[in-house]
Design a binder for this molecule. Structure first.
Ligand code: NAI
Length: 455
C-alpha cells in the first residue's frame, strides 16, 4: 500500500523546498522528492555558487585594480581559483544543510530519487528502490537546465555551460562568452575581475535586452572600460579548434568574423527540465517545452500544479518561491500571499543592476503619463567615499498622482536597495509618501531619497 500525502512536491530547489516547508507548516502532510542535492540549481549550480565566486573575484579585482584602493597597497597579491572553489563548495554545503534542517523541522518527508507523475495524485519514486506515493495534490518544481546550441563544435572540450564553468579550478587567460544576458554578464564580470581577456558575443543589438535599455548601455560601457570586448548583433555560427584555443565564429551583418580564447561559455538561456517527469500516456500541456499553468499554477492535470523555471513565467529563484507559496495557498483554499505581478530582477555585475515594476517605455506603452527621474550616484556621498563606479537610480512615477510605478538601478548594493522600491510599488505608495521617510546618512540608500527629491 502506497504512502498517502496531502502534497507531494517534485524538485527540491527554492520553489519546491519553500513550498514544501510552507505546506507542512500549514498542516499538510507533505513529501518532497529530489533526485540530486537539496537546494536545486539556485543553491548548487546557480545563484549561491556564482555570487560566492564573484565575492572572491571582486575582492581580488579591487585590490588588483589600476588605482590603489583607498590607500591600501597589497604586495604579492594573487588569487587561487581552486581555493575559491573550495570556499564556494563549503558555502553551498552549509546552506544545503540549512535546507535539510528546515525541511526536517517542518516534518516534510524527503525521498531521494526521481519522481515520475503516473497520473493525478500518483507519483513513483525511483531511488535505490522504487515506491509509489499518492497525494491529493502534486506540485512540480523541477526547474531548468542550460540550453545547448545545436552548432558545430558547441559540445567540444573547453566549451562550457554555466554548470561546467562554475566548477573550473584552473584560471583562464581568456574567455569568449556567448550570450549577453544575465548569466553571460555575471561570468564576464567574474573573469574580468580575475584578469582574463573577455569577449561577449550577443545576437541582439544590446545587452540584458529584457531590462531597461539604459542599463544595457551603461553596463556595456563599464565592461568595455575594464577591457572587455562587447560584440552585439552577432550570432554564433560554430566553434573550431585553433592552435590550442577555441575559435568562436560569428556572423555580424553579412560577414563572418571570429575571436579566439582559451574557453567558451555558452549562456543563451535555460530550458524547462521535464525528463522522466511524466509516465507514458500522461498528457500534460506544454508550450515550447514549458508546462502550461493557469493563474493559480494549475496544470491541465487534475490536482497537479507546476511552478518555477519548468513552467511559464519568469525564470528566477524568488519568482519560483513566490509561485510555490501561492500554489499551496490555492490548495488550502486561501488567497495568494505573494504579489507575483511584481518580481524584482537583479544582475550581480560590478556595479550591481536591479529593476522592479515598469520601465518608462512599458508605462508609456500601457497608456500612462509618466515622470522618469534619474539620480547620478556620482553625487552620493557613500558612493564617492567607497570609490564606487558611475551609476544611477531611476524612478518612474505616474504624472499627477505621483504613484511609483517602477525603478531601475545600477550602483553598489542595487540588488539590496531594490526591495525599498518593490515595497513602494507593491503598496501603491506615491513619491510624496516615500519622501516622508528619513534615510540614514551616509548610505547608498540615500540615493533613493535624492532621486525622490528630484521628481
Ligand atoms: P538570457 O535569456 O537572459 O540571455 C541569453 C542571451 O543569449 C540573449 O540575450 C540572447 O539574445 C543571446 N543569444 C541566444 N542565442 C545566441 C547566439 N547563437 N549567439 C549569440 N547570442 C545568443 O539567458 P541566460 O543569461 O542564460 O539566463 C537564463 C535564465 O536564468 C534567465 O531567465 C535569467 O534571468 C536567469 N538567471 C538569473 C540570474 C539572476 O537573477 N541574477 C542569474 C543567472 C540566471
Amino acid at each position: 500500500m502506497s504512502e498517502v500525502y496531502d502534497l507531494i512536491v517534485i524538485g527540491g530547489g527554492p520553489g519546491g523546498y519553500e513550498a514544501a516547508a510552507f505546506a507542512a507548516h500549514s498542516g499538510m502532510k507533505t513529501a518532497l522528492v529530489e533526485k540530486d542535492a537539496l537546494g536545486g540549481t539556485c543553491l548548487n549550480r546557480g545563484c549561491i555558487p556564482t555570487k560566492t565566486l564573484l565575492h572572491s573575484a571582486e575582492f581580488y579585482g579591487t585590490l588588483a585594480g589600476e588605482k590603489t584602493p583607498a590607500g591600501v597597497t597589497a604586495e604579492g597579491l594573487r588569487f587561487d581559483l581552486a581555493a575559491m572553489q573550495d570556499r564556494k563548495d563549503a558555502v553551498v554545503t552549509q546552506l544545503r544543510e540549512g535546507v535539510a534542517a528546515t525541511l526536517k523541522k517542518a516534518k516534510v518527508t524527503v525521498y531521494q530519487g526521481t519522481g515520475t507523475v503516473l497520473g493525478s495524485g500518483l507519483v513513483r519514486v525511483q531511488g535505490e528502490s522504487a515506491e509509489e506515493l499518492s497525494a491529493k495534490h502534486i506540485l512540480i518544481a523541477t526547474g531548468s537546465v542550460p540550453v545547448r546550441l545545436p552548432l558545430p563544435g558547441a559540445e567540444g572540450d573547453a566549451v562550457y555551460d554555466s554548470d561546467g564553468l562554475l566548477s573550473l579550478r584552473k584560471p583562464l587567460s581568456s574567455l569568449t562568452v556567448i550570450g549577453g544576458g544575465v548569466i553571460g554578464l555575471e561570468f564576464a564580470s567574474l573573469y574580468l575581475a580575475l584578469g582574463a581577456k573577455v569577449t561577449v558575443i550577443e545576437a541582439l543589438d544590446r545587452l540584458i535586452a529584457n531590462m531597461d535599455k539604459e542599463l544595457g548601455v551603461s553596463i556595456r560601457q563599464l565592461l568595455k572600460k575594464r577591457g572587455a570586448e562587447i560584440i552585439t548583433g552577432a550570432s554564433l555560427q560554430r566553434i573550431e579548434d585553433a592552435g590550442g584555443l577555441k575559435r568562436a565564429v560569428y556572423l555580424a551583418g553579412e560577414a563572418e568574423q571570429s575571436v579566439d580564447a582559451e574557453a567558451v561559455l555558452i549562456a543563451v538561456g535555460r530550458r524547462a527540465y521535464t525528463e522522466g517527469l511524466f509516465a507514458e500516456g500522461v498528457a500534460v500541456q506544454t508550450e515550447r517545452g514549458r508546462i502550461v499553468t493557469d493563474e493559480y499554477h494549475r496544470t491541465n492535470l487534475d490536482g497537479v500544479y507546476a511552478i518555477g523555471d519548468v513552467s511559464s513565467g519568469i525564470q528566477l529563484a524568488h519568482a519560483a518561491t513566490a509561485a510555490g507559496i501561492n500554489a499551496v495557498c490555492h490548495m488550502l483554499g486561501k488567497e495568494p500571499l505573494r504579489n507575483e505581478s511584481l518580481i524584482p530582477s537583479c544582475v550581480y555585475t560590478d556595479p550591481e543592476i536591479a529593476s522592479v515594476g515598469m520601465t518608462k517605455e512599458e508605462a508609456t506603452a500601457a497608456g500612462l503619463a509618466v515622470v522618469s527621474k534619474k539620480y547620478p550616484m556620482s553625487a552620493n556621498g557613500k558612493t564617492v567615499l567607497s570609490e564606487g563606479e558611475r551609476g544611477f537610480i531611476k524612478i518612474i512615477s505616474e504624472e499627477g498622482s505621483g504613484r511609483i510605478l517602477g525603478a531601475q538601478m545600477m550602483c553598489a548594493r542595487a540588488t539590496d536597495m531594490i526591495a525599498h522600491l518593490a515595497t513602494a510599488v507593491n503598496a501603491g505608495l506615491t513619491v510624496e509618501q516615500m519622501r516622508k521617510t528619513v534615510f540614514p546618512h551616509p548610505t547608498f540608500s540615500e540615493g533613493i531619497s535624492e532621486a525622490l527629491s528630484s521628481i
